[in-house]
Design a protein around this ligand. Structure first.
Ligand code: AMP
Length: 381
């Protein structure tokens, strides 16, 4: 008899975890907690508890009906999860989640473990920010410590005249400041650690953001052997010190002189790992489940170079929609079943997969062609 898997969050990541779980004998049922009725995970067959991610009663209810709990969002209630971990297995552990949820604690944790990051400091008032700018030099990024994603919660300060605006924008929030890194590339490593401590990393990929939202992932990334080795080593070390079981998305900056610094760690499957659905034998979603169930980790090597392109809701409308996408045998379209498109909302992705050894240049040609022909339009009623 398989286990009942509880997932906090039933968006696209919960949906792809659900689909992977449905193929594993070790899991008999999937229940997601999500506030949106008929969320993407429910649409593909997960049962759903409809409630806010932080709702203590709902999380308790989920733990009562689950053998093991995981999450697809990092903004869950780590205090409640901490109380429940004595009754229900929770992975990654609530302690790890608590550190990762707070950008300052996370950076301090990495620093304490000798993992390279940009210079940072806690900020409690204007005088401290002024002093740190004097020490770090401009520009700097003022960041909210919690509940920030897709660049929301970051303010780039280019001159001291912007300090008041930056502090006003984040008034009442816990803050930190970080030295601005003049990076050449943003890369990431999807890393897994199972409950027995076995670690596997996927090859480093290259990420291109538009307006702070991930738009394109190139797998494998076009980086030197030196950067590849550094990034994978940093990811492995991070997994060792975090003691977390599960898949983690580790985002890094690469500078012109090939210094690799961690920017972010997500304690969950990650958008920059969606290529693994077609490029690898073991997708990041299956790997996450293998990790938290204590199974042996699957092969994480890239068999087919792949470019992943996120489909975002256009800025021109909000509402029900149709997607028109070019069809071809190496184009894999994955829509997330979201009823409404909203500006910049992730509604699906495309993987363009090179199974025929066409080479990266051809994949880039194909992705440019796809972009020209991809249409998200309002649904005609
Ligand atoms: P974050 O919200 O920390 O994940 O950052 C969102 C994006 O802001 C990153 O993908 C980078 O493009 C940029 N960013 C964040 N921190 C820094 C930094 N210290 N220096 C330069 N760019 C940054």
């Amino acid at each position: 008899m398989g286990k009942v898997l509880g997932i906090i969050g039933g968006g696209q990541l919960g949906m792809m975890l659900t689909e992977a779980a449905q193929n594993l004998e070790a899991i008999s049922k999937i229940i997601v907690l999500d506030p949106t009725k008929n969320c993407p995970a429910a649409k593909v067959g997960a049962q759903q508890i409809i409630a806010d991610f932080k709702d203590e009663d709902a999380i308790r209810k989920l733990s009562e009906v689950s053998d093991i709990i995981t999450y697809e969002i990092e903004s869950g209630n780590s205090d409640v999860l901490k109380k429940l971990e004595v009754y229900t297995e929770i992975n990654p552990s609530p302690d790890t989640l608590r550190i990762i949820q707070d950008k300052l604690l996370k950076k301090q944790f990495l620093k304490d473990n000798d993992i390279a990051i940009a210079e940072f400091a806690k900020i409690e008032n204007k005088a401290e920010l002024n002093q740190m700018i004097d020490e770090m030099g401009l520009p700097v990024l003022l960041k909210t410590r919690r509940d920030a994603y897709d660049g929301r919660g970051n303010y780039k300060i280019n001159s001291k005249s912007e300090i008041d605006d930056a502090l006003d924008l984040f008034s009442g929030k816990a803050l930190m400041v970080e030295k601005f890194v003049k990076f050449e590339k943003e890369v990431s490593v999807i890393a897994a650690r199972n409950t027995k401590g076995e670690i596997a990393t996927y090859p480093v990929v290259e990420n291109i953001h538009e307006s702070n939202i991930l738009r394109t992932t190139i797998a494998p990334g076009r980086v030197s052997e030196n950067v590849k080795k550094q990034a994978e080593k940093i990811a492995e070390k991070t997994m060792e010190v975090l003691h977390g079981a599960g898949v983690f998305g580790i985002e890094m900056f690469v500078t012109q002189d090939e210094v690799v610094l961690i920017n972010e760690i997500a304690p969950r499957v990650h958008n920059s790992g969606h290529h693994t659905l077609q490029s690898c034998d073991t997708s990041q979603f299956e790997q996450h489940l293998r990790a938290i169930l204590g199974m042996n980790l699957g092969d994480s090597s890239i068999r087919y170079p792949t470019i992943m392109y996120n489909i975002l809701g256009p800025s021109t409308f909000q509402g029900e929609y149709n997607v028109l996408c070019k069809k071809s045998k190496n184009i894999h379209l994955k829509m997330y079943g979201k009823i409404e498109s909203k500006p910049q909302r992730k509604i699906g992705h495309v993987n363009i997969v090179d199974k025929e050894n066409l080479g990266m240049d051809e994949l880039f040609n194909q992705i440019e062609d796809l972009k020209k022909n991809l249409v998200v339009e309002p649904k005609q009623t």
